[in-house]
Design a protein around this ligand. Structure first.
Ligand SMILES: Cc1ncc(COP(=O)(O)O)c(C=O)c1O
Length: 412
C-alpha cells in the first residue's frame, strides 16, 4: 500500500474548493487528475526543448525526439509488449479503435462475416464496429450478459464461430465496473481464426496489464485516464498484423518515399503516425507511467478494491440505491454506477456538485446498455489512487442529505 496523504499532495487540484466545499473528485473514469510531475514535464518541454521531432538535426529536435521515444519504450514495458514499434500514438482510445476498424476491419471483414462485441461497450468500441458491419454487410453479434453484468462465457462459446472475424471487448466496463475474462475470450477468438481487440481505456489505468498474458491482438487506451495529459491515445498491435494493415492516414512522416506516381510507407510505428504528433503530451505521459510504476499497479488495484468494497457497503446501507454490475469488489474496477430512488441521476449529480462532489451522471456513452438496464442513465462515482474512505463517507453523507430533498421531490 502507498502513503495516500503523500499521493494527494502531488495533485494540486485536490486542494481546490467547489461551491465553498473541499473538492471530492469522483470522476476519474471520465478523466484522471494529473500529478505535478506530469504538469512540470509539460512546461519543461515548452520552456527548454520545444522542437519538432524525427526531422531536425539540431539539438532541440534531438532532445525532443529522444524524450518522445522514451515514452514509447516506457509504454512497451508498462503493457509488456514484445516490441517498441508495436506501440502507436493516436489522439485517444477512440482513434486507436477507429484505426483498427478502418484498416484491419476493412481489409478482413467481408459480407456475411461477423463482428462480436458486448452490450457493455462504450460507444467508442461500439459505433466503429457497427459502422464497419453496415459498410461491409457483416453482422454485429452481441455476447449476452448475466444478471450480475458479466459476460456469459457459455453463450460466448456458441456465438464466436468460424464466421467471426473480430471480437472487440472492453477490459473493464465504464458503467458496470465488470472486469472481463479477456484471456478466455482470446482463446475462443483464436480457436476460430479471429482476432481480439481489447478496449483498455478503463482497464489499463487500474489493472496490471500484460498484452502477452491477455493474449490479445490489439489494445487501445487513453493516457488522460492514466494520470497523463489529454490528447494521447495508444494502440498496441501485434507486429505481424500491423505490418499487413494499410495506413490509416497519409501525409508527412508516415512515408518512406514519394514520387509523382507513387508513395511507399514508412516502417512501424511511423506508418500509422501521419503528421506532427502531440509531442508535449506524449513526452509528459512518461511522467504518468513513472508515477504509477513507483506506486506499483498491484497497490493501485488493492487500494481500489478496498474503496469499492467500502463504497458498495455504504451505498447498500442507504436502502434504495440500486447498484449496477458485480457487487464483489474483486470482480470489478473502481467505477460504481447507481440509481438513487426514482430520482433522475442528473439531479443527484447536481446536488452532489453543490456539496463539492464531482460525479458523472447520464448514459456514460453506453446508450444500448442503458436501454438493456431500462434506465435513462445512472449516477457514477469512480475512484483512483488519490481517493480516500473519508471521501466515500462525504459522498454517502451527501446522498443522505440529497434523500431529504430528492425523496421529497420524487413523492410529488
Ligand atoms: C471503456 C471506454 N472505452 C473508450 C473510451 C473512450 O476514451 P477516449 O474518449 O479517451 O477516446 C472511454 C472513455 O470514457 C471508456 O470509458
Amino acid at each position: 500500500m502507498f502513503d495516500i496523504k503523500a499521493v494527494r499532495k502531488d495533485f494540486p487540484v485536490l486542494d481546490r474548493q467547489v461551491n465553498g466545499k473541499k473538492l471530492v473528485y469522483l470522476d476519474s473514469a471520465a478523466t484522471s487528475q494529473k500529478p505535478l510531475s506530469v504538469i512540470k514535464s509539460l512546461t519543461d518541454y515548452y520552456e527548454n526543448y520545444n522542437a519538432n521531432i524525427h526531422r531536425g538535426i539540431h539539438t532541440l529536435s534531438e532532445e525532443a525526439t529522444e524524450a518522445f521515444e522514451v515514452t514509447r519504450e516506457k509504454l512497451r514495458q508498462f503493457i509488456d509488449a514484445a516490441e517498441v514499434h508495436e506501440i502507436i500514438f493516436t489522439k485517444n482510445a477512440t482513434e486507436a479503435i477507429n484505426l483498427v476498424a478502418q484498416t484491419y476491419g476493412r481489409q478482413n471483414v467481408l459480407p456475411g462475416d461477423e463482428i462480436v462485441i458486448t452490450p457493455m461497450e462504450h460507444h467508442s468500441n461500439f459505433v466503429p464496429w457497427q459502422q464497419l458491419a453496415l459498410e461491409r454487410e457483416a453482422k454485429l453479434v452481441f455476447l449476452p450478459l448475466t444478471e450480475e453484468g458479466e459476460i456469459d462465457l457459455v453463450a460466448a462459446e456458441k456465438l464466436i464461430t468460424k464466421k467471426t472475424r473480430i471480437v472487440a471487448v472492453t477490459q473493464m466496463s465504464n458503467v458496470l465496473g465488470t472486469i472481463n475474462p479477456i484471456n478466455e475470450l482470446a482463446k475462443l477468438a483464436h480457436n476460430v481464426g479471429a482476432v481480439i481487440l481489447v478496449d483498455g481505456a478503463q482497464g489499463v489505468p487500474h489493472l496490471q496489464t500484460s498484452v502477452r498474458e491477455l493474449d490479445c491482438d490489439f489494445l487501445a487506451f487513453s493516457m488522460h485516464k492514466l494520470l497523463g495529459p489529454t490528447g494521447v491515445g495508444v494502440l498496441w498491435g501485434r507486429e505481424s498484423l500491423l505490418n499487413a494493415m494499410p495506413p490509416y492516414m497519409t501525409g508527412g512522416d508516415m512515408i518512406n518515399s514519394v514520387s509523382r506516381e507513387k508513395t511507399t510507407w514508412n516502417e512501424l510505428p511511423w506508418k500509422f503516425e501521419a503528421g506532427t504528433p502531440n509531442i508535449a503530451d506524449v513526452i509528459a505521459s512518461a511522467a504518468a507511467i513513472d508515477y504509477l510504476n513507483a506506486l506499483g499497479m498491484d497497490a493501485v488495484r488493492a487500494h481500489e478494491i478496498e474503496l469499492v468494497e467500502y463504497a458498495i457497503k455504504g451505498l447498500k446501507g442507504l436502502g434504495d440505491a440500486q447498484i449496477y454490475g458485480p457487487h464483489d469488489a474483486t470482480k470489478r474496477g473502481g467505477v460504481i454506477s447507481f440509481n438513487f430512488k426514482d430520482v433522475h441521476p442528473h439531479d443527484v449529480g447536481q446536488i452532489l456538485n453543490d456539496a463539492g462532489i464531482a460525479i458523472r451522471a447520464g448514459h456514460h456513452c453506453c446508450q444500448p446498455l442503458m436501454r438493456d438496464l431500462k434506465v435513462m442513465g445512472t449516477a457514477r462515482a469512480s475512484f483512483y489512487i488519490y481517493n480516500t474512505k473519508e471521501e466515500v463517507d462525504i459522498l454517502l453523507e451527501a446522498l443522505k442529505e440529497a434523500d431529504k430533498v430528492l425523496g421529497h421531490v420524487a413523492c410529488r
